[in-house]
Design a binder for this molecule. Structure first.
Ligand SMILES: Nc1ncnc2c1ncn2[C@@H]1O[C@H](COP(=O)(O)OP(=O)(O)OP(=O)(O)O)[C@@H](O)[C@H]1O
Ligand SMILES: [Mg+2]
Length: 342
């Protein structure tokens, strides 16, 4: 296992202010299908730092998955992507597919919600992890299999050597998710994007997977983007939180700042609907009254306006997403007063 540690990025020393590992600026994604244009991501900006976990929260359809997949060229051809996403200084948007494919997994790896769909049911799990290892190294079959067992141990799969020769259906849901994480770690990524990776799991297994992610993040200085419906999960594990609405960032801050000093009425509505956040660490994203806008017919102005109790004429113009206080960004004309908009 020591070999693995050495191959990961160097952890950032405490107190060191590093350049962001990933800097997304004004990312836009639209889908053109049969005469309609769906504006899925509309000027998204955020940063991810090495060794930190960013939770991306927002209701269904807010662009969380599309926004992340766009960084890795994992969108269908109907998607038009613009804006900037710099990973360790290199621009990812517009990068040729070949180059992007080589970087996929090595720089940024993704884990999705449903491991049964991502794993090959006819292949032993050790061989599947080994395949991922070989895709990014020159190891021979035997050495890759040894590395696979090592990775399965790293993600705390019990009895990794014995499990390595089993098939996916012989594993529990939590174990399968650990295998997916092992596959994602095969190329020693500097950023792991977990898209609802624990949503299908029971609360105890979910907590174990989250603790595993935190451990990997701390030991290897890996950055994690946690895409989730679960506000409690964000509050419990993430250092930074990005709240998305209608394909835009509406609030972004370190978790402690955000939960202590919520500014954007949408975030406030989410939190207001979970009054006992600390006592309910795994409550799902609450329902905010009203419907999110139709992304094929986005109205002008603030997209949250029709559902916002603080809305007035000023909201006919879209508020810019700005750093109003150090590290605390929001997009709202009525957030400064705090109490008044409540
Ligand atoms: N291939 C596609 N073609 C057209 N529209 C799409 C496509 N993929 C996604 N969309 C639309 O883009 C918007 C954002 O979708 P996305 O999957 O990013 O939402 P999400 O925030 O991840 O939601 P969830 O929480 O349900 O996973 C949605 O309106 C969705 O319908
Ligand atoms: Mg999604």
């Amino acid at each position: 296992m020591t070999g693995l540690v050495g191959e990961f990025a160097t952890p950032v020393a405490a107190g060191e202010v590093a350049e962001p590992l990933l800097e997304v600026t004004d990312l836009r994604v639209r889908f053109r299908t049969r005469g309609t244009v769906v504006h899925a991501v509309n000027g998204l900006s955020y940063r991810v730092h090495a060794g930190r976990m960013l939770a991306v929260i927002g209701e269904s359809g807010s662009g969380k998955s599309v926004g992340s997949r766009a960084l890795m060229g994992l969108l269908p051809e109907t998607a038009q992507v613009s804006g900037s996403a710099r990973f360790a200084g290199t621009e990812l948007i517009g990068m040729p597919e070949r180059e992007l494919r080589a970087r996929r997994g090595a720089d940024i790896a993704m884990v999705f919600q449903d491991p049964t769909r991502s794993l090959n049911p006819t292949m032993r799990i050790g061989a599947q992890v080994a395949e991922a290892v070989r895709a990014h190294s020159s190891l021979n079959r035997r050495a890759a299999l040894d590395k696979a067992v090592e990775l399965l141990g790293l993600v705390r799969l019990p009895a990794p050597e014995r499990r390595a020769v089993e098939y996916p259906h012989q594993l529990s849901g939590g174990m399968r998710q650990r295998v997916m994480i092992a596959i994602a770690l095969a190329a020693r990524p500097r950023l792991l994007v977990a898209d609802e990776a624990t949503t299908a799991l029971d609360v105890t297994t979910q907590a174990q997977i989250m603790e595993l992610l935190v451990d990997l993040q701390e030991r290897f200085g890996m950055a994690v983007v946690l895409i989730s419906h679960d506000l409690g999960l964000a509050a419990s594990y993430a250092q930074d939180v990005l709240v998305m609405y209608a394909g835009r960032a509406v609030e972004y801050a370190p978790a402690q700042v955000l939960f202590a000093d919520v500014r954007m009425p949408y975030t406030r509505a989410l939190l207001g609907a979970v009054p006992q956040l600390e006592r309910e660490p795994h409550s799902l994203l609450p329902v905010v009254p009203g419907q999110p806008p139709d992304l094929a017919r986005l109205p002008a102005g603030c997209p949250f306006r029709p559902r916002c109790t603080a809305a007035d004429d000023a909201c006919g113009e879209a508020p810019p997403f700005t750093e109003h206080e150090p590290g605390h960004w929001w997009a709202c004309w009525h957030a400064d007063g705090g109490e008044e908009a409540r």
